[in-house]
Design a binder for this molecule. Structure first.
Ligand SMILES: CC(C)(CO)[C@@H](O)C(=O)NCCC(=O)N/C=C\S
Length: 206
C-alpha cells in the first residue's frame, strides 16, 4: 500500500506562518532511553513541531508509544518510494526540518557521518543536510570508546562541517564504568536548541 508521507512537506510556507520544525535523530546508544523525555521537553517549547528519525539499533532502547510524534524509520523510505514519481523520504525530511538534533549520537553513527557513509534513513538525511540550517549532535558512548583517538578526529570533522556539538559528560555509566561518554543532560540539550533557534531568528515564539 502506498504510504502517505506523515510530515506535510510544506517547506515553502514561510516561518512566520508555521511552527519551527525540529527533526530529532536517535541512534543506538543506551542514552536513547532518554528519547521520550527529550521529545516531551522539546514539545514544551511554544511554537515547536517535532518529528523523529530512528535507526534500527536505537529501537532497542525506547517504546514508540512513549514518543508522541511522527517516528520515521528505514522501512518508511522503502514503503514510500515504489516508482519514479514517488517522493524520496530523506529528501522530504531535509526540506521539512529547520533544525536537526542527533541525540544520542552513538560511536557507529559518528563514524558514518564523519566519513559520509549513508546506509540508513538517518544518515541519508544528514548526508543531504542543508548546512545553512543548524545541526546539533550529542555524542554518547562508553568511556573507552570516547577515549579512542578516532573519536576526537571524527568529532572535529563534524564541527568542521559546521555542526554544533553538545558535549558528553562524565558519569557512572550504565555498564559501571565511571568517566566521560554520558549524553549531555536533557535540560542542557533543550537549552542549546533554544539558544540556536534564537540565534537563527525567523522564529517568533508564539
Ligand atoms: C544512559 C545514561 C543516560 C544514564 O545516565 C548514561 O549512562 C549515558 O548517557 N550513557 C551513554 C553512554 C553509553 O552509551 N554507554 C554504553 C556503555 S557504558
Amino acid at each position: 500500500p502506498h504510504v502517505k508521507p506523515k510530515a506535510t512537506c510544506s517547506a515553502a510556507a514561510p516561518l512566520e506562518e508555521r511552527r519551527f520544525r525540529v527533526l530529532v535523530g536517535v541512534t543506538g546508544s543506551v542514552a536513547a532511553l532518554k528519547l521520550p523525555l527529550l521529545v516531551s521537553r522539546l514539545l514544551d517549547i511554544p511554537g515547536l513541531e517535532v518529528a523523529v528519525v530512528t535507526t534500527e539499533r536505537a529501537k532497542h532502547f525506547y517504546s514508540p508509544q512513549d514518543v508522541p510524534v511522527t517516528l520515521y524509520s528505514d522501512t518508511d523510505e522503502w514503503e514510500l518510494w515504489k516508482c519514479r514519481s514517488d517522493p524520496v523520504l530523506h529528501i522530504d525530511l531535509r526540506r521539512w526540518a529547520d533544525l536537526m538534533l542527533v541525540a544520542p549520537l552513538d560511536a557507529n553513527t559518528l563514524g558514518k557521518v564523519a566519513s559520509g557513509i549513508c546506509d540508513n534513513l538517518l544518515t541519508c538525511v544528514i548526508r543531504a543536510w542543508d548546512r545553512s540550517k543548524p545541526l546539533l549532535f550529542c555524542p554518547a558512548m562508553n568511556t573507552a570508546m570516547w577515549e579512542h583517538p578516532i573519536t576526537e578526529q571524527q568529532v572535529g570533522q563534524l564541527k568542521a562541517f559546521g555542526y554544533v556539538e553538545v558535549p558528553c559528560v562524565a558519569k557512572k555509566l550504565v555498564c559501571g564504568d565511571q568517566g566521560l561518554g554520558a549524553m549531555a543532560e536533557v535540560g542542557t540539550i533543550v537549552d542549546k536548541v533554544k539558544e540556536v533557534i534564537s540565534q537563527h531568528g525567523g522564529f517568533q515564539q508564539s
